[in-house]
Design a protein around this ligand. Sequence first.
Ligand code: SF4
Ligand code: ZN
Ligand code: ZN
Length: 302
Amino acid sequence: MKCKICKGEVYITIKYPKMALCKEHFIEYFEKRVKKTIKKYEMIKPEDKVLIAISGGKDGAVVTYVLKKLGYNVECLHINLGIGEFSKKSLECVKKQTSYIGVRCHIVDLKELTGKGIPEVKSRKPKCSICGTAKRYIVSKFACDNGFNVIVTGHNLDDEASFILNNVMNWSTGYLARQGPILPQKGKLPKKVKPLYELTEEEISSYAEVVGLEVFSEKCPFAKKAITLEYKEMLNKIEETRPGTKYRFVIGYLKNRHLFEKEIEDIPLMECKICGMPSSGEVCSFCRTWELKEEIDLKVKG
Ligand code: SF4
Ligand code: ZN
Ligand code: ZN
């Protein structure tokens, strides 16, 4: 098989839309898809100040690389979660990635900041749930404290398809009403967007490889096999014989999302009395879980 465009040596065969591409034309195809997604969902404007949360994995690194190449005003944020060797290695990888891309990277050390990393927090909730709260809180607080008006995450088509499927299986209609490529700004909270929304994990890994991005893929010691991973495997199996299934599923969901709209409970947000961030209770879940007595300051000095 030869590259569909230049008849050169094939680097990747994309299953949907079916085509074989050489390295150069795959790069071109991938970046065009990201550009199109940003335009289609009106994700980022040229004047926006964009913050990208990165952990060392392929998705964050790739979205940073492409947005920087497309000329957006981007900076990265990495949260050191204090999970032993795993966090050390992930930080090393983030440093390599951001210096390779040539983008500013801010690092927030959870344990230095609050006295407790993920392993030290005492809670009845599962570690991943606490960790999710910490990551969402710190990214939002960092963005607010430093004037970023858009937060970018590296979620891809496989993540979205498995998330939607999981919520359909459980009929979690509240989640089905809110999921999507953009989460609009709400009060102080900046808009959140997913420029890799229509690209598959396989395409993202291949892009990382072809542009020479080092990727951290070690498993966190707290990671358990989430059900969404099983759904990803299942969807990939179906995709083998019916290419385009994942794409049609996600795009079809977006077309029908309005059916769940009445499930959105518009809970008025208060301000956390410790940190001032939006919260559904008097004290936000981060300040509560970390037993904070005063607001953490994430303003970048200098
Ligand atoms: Fe955090 Fe769980 Fe991911 Fe580990 S596996 S980084 S604890 S969310
Ligand atoms: Zn080509
Ligand atoms: Zn708070």
